[in-house]
Design a protein around this ligand. Structure first.
Ligand code: GLN
Length: 503
């Protein structure tokens, strides 16, 4: 395997800009890696057939002395929920098989403009509904740590691609944890920015009040670099914030250099039950906190009594919004059509949606339509919105006392493929610590905290900050990462028995 695939995006970018390596070489190395391992991992739904042309163009421009972005020439994997003009975008669904978008998602357009080289589109649960990527209409992705286990979801493809060294960077989307939970189970880094900090334009909508696009990588600095590229105001997204943001890469570099921990107040949620958390996950979380405390951080107990009701509220709000967003897949406006000879428009619509949507999507559309129906609106959707407000207030109160809140990123390590697929409730409970962050619109980052003792699989620690304090997460995340990597004697992924030890 080529060494170029083992480099962080920042290190690869430095070699590209010094001329030591060309983008064509770097891109070829990643395409070779994909060819070698993706048959086992299945992180990609589509691999670009012109990535090398894009890379060659970057090399030409660099040779001509053009000033290029810091990440120019670095390969990028793109979650299939983000629309692209040159590759199909399916959102993991049969109903969109082969769909070619007439425009690029803003984050894709910005990545291209910054000279990143799209490698392909990554696998995901259908319409981003799920925590295991098993709900993809195109078959599951496998966790590079253990091919019999899930890579998380819905963005399992992006996380697995990065963990398996098929791409140094990826784009993801996070509605209830789909960037952070896959990061947790694959030993990678995933950031869900503040709601509105990154454009949703061209991200196929799941639940518009919760969806947020963000970076996936192997280091905190790499996520920060990509966030710098994709973030900022977009007039095409009505909920896009108009803030001017600081450099997240600078924040990450400051953190890695040791800034940010002395005097930092880290909140730990009193009400978060220890039960339901795998022992090795809790142990890794506490060990990481102890390490931070030894460097001068202060661990403070905070109360967030409504945090644990997040899952219940989310599974009313999300299906309600999703049932509306998915109405456009109606056999006329988007996607496939199943003809029904002699049938009415309704017959064609029903047959198309029946054939085009998978079970989980149907389950949520039915749930959402029910929750929004006249007689039940107040009891379900209305109540869930009230719980959402209470969770937001919990965060406001807690952040009056602490700078960040820390939780385990998910309750268990990667479970076996097939283990929870027939038990939606167990699948939903996976997101107990990530969902409240989306409900409140605040940013959250997951970084590796170590391996669970009982199974040797990766565990993530999540840091949460107040809205708009994304830079704080990169600073704290990079500081914690530096300490942890030091304590392990090197990055977890460099020592992982990836792909059955046959890495
Ligand atoms: N696992 C969660 C769900 O199934 C989160 C999905 C997401 O963030 N897109 O809805």
């Amino acid at each position: 395997m080529s060494d170029l695939t083992r480099l962080s995006a920042a290190d690869l970018a430095a070699r590209l800009s010094s001329g030591e390596v060309s983008s064509v070489e770097a891109t070829q190395a990643h395409l070779d890696r994909i060819a070698a391992v993706d048959g086992d991992v299945h992180a990609f739904l589509h691999v670009s057939d012109h990535a090398l042309d894009v890379a060659a163009d970057i090399d030409r421009r660099r040779a001509a002395g053009e000033s290029l972005g810091e990440l120019a020439g670095v390969p990028l994997a793109i979650k299939d929920v983000l629309v692209t003009t040159d590759m199909p975008s399916t959102s993991g669904s049969k109903i969109l098989e082969g769909f070619l978008s007439p425009y690029d998602a803003t984050v894709v357009a910005r990545s291209r403009a910054a000279g990143l080289v799209p490698l392909g589109k990554t696998n995901m649960d259908e319409f981003a509904m799920g925590s295991s990527t098993e709900h993809s209409a195109y078959g599951p992705t496998h966790n590079p740590w253990d091919l019999d286990r899930i890579p998380g979801g819905s963005g399992g493809g992006s996380a697995a691609a990065v963990a398996a060294f098929e791409a140094p960077l990826a784009l993801g989307s996070d509605t209830g944890g789909s960037i952070r939970q896959p990061a947790h189970v694959t030993g990678t880094v995933g950031m869900k920015p503040t709601y509105g900090a990154v454009s949703r334009f061209g991200a196929i909508a799941l639940a518009s009040s919760l969806d947020q696009v963000g970076p996936v990588s192997r280091t905190v600095l790499d996520s920060a670099l990509l966030h710098d590229v994709i973030g900022g105001h977009d007039p095409h997204d009505a909920t896009s914030l108009t803030d001017s943001w600081p450099s997240f890469a600078t924040a990450a570099r400051e953190g890695a250099a040791g800034a940010g921990l002395a005097g930092l107040k880290i909140g730990v949620i009193r009400e978060l039950p220890d039960s339901g958390f795998q022992a090795g996950v809790s142990a890794s979380f506490r060990a990481a906190l102890a390490l931070l405390e030894a460097q001068g951080a202060e661990i403070v107990e905070v109360s967030a009594p409504h945090f644990e009701y997040g899952v219940a509220a989310y599974y009313l709000i999300l299906p309600a919004e999703a049932s509306s967003n998915l109405a456009k897949f109606d056999s006329v406006r988007f996607g496939m059509r199943v003809e029904v000879p002699g049938g009415t428009v309704e017959d064609v619509m029903a047959a198309t949606r029946d054939a085009g949507f998978g079970d989980e999507v149907k389950r949520r559309i039915i749930l959402g339509t029910y929750a929004l129906s006249a007689g039940y609106y107040d009891a379900y959707y209305g109540s869930a919105q009230k719980v959402r407000t209470l969770i937001q207030r919990d965060f406001d109160t807690a952040f009056a006392d602490v700078d960040v809140i820390a939780t385990p990123s998910a309750p268990t390590t990667a479970f076996k493929l097939g283990e929870k697929i027939d038990d939606p409730l167990q699948m939903y409970l996976n997101d107990v610590t990530t969902i409240p962050v989306n409900l409140a619109g605040v940013p959250g980052i997951s970084i590796p905290s170590g391996l669970a003792e009982e199974d040797g699989l990766p565990v993530g620690i999540q840091f949460i900050a107040p809205a708009r304090q994304d830079a704080r997460l990169y600073r704290v995340g990079a500081a914690a990462e530096a300490l942890l990597v030091d304590s392990w004697g090197g990055p977890l992924l460099d020592r992982a028995p990836l792909l059955g030890g046959n890495r």
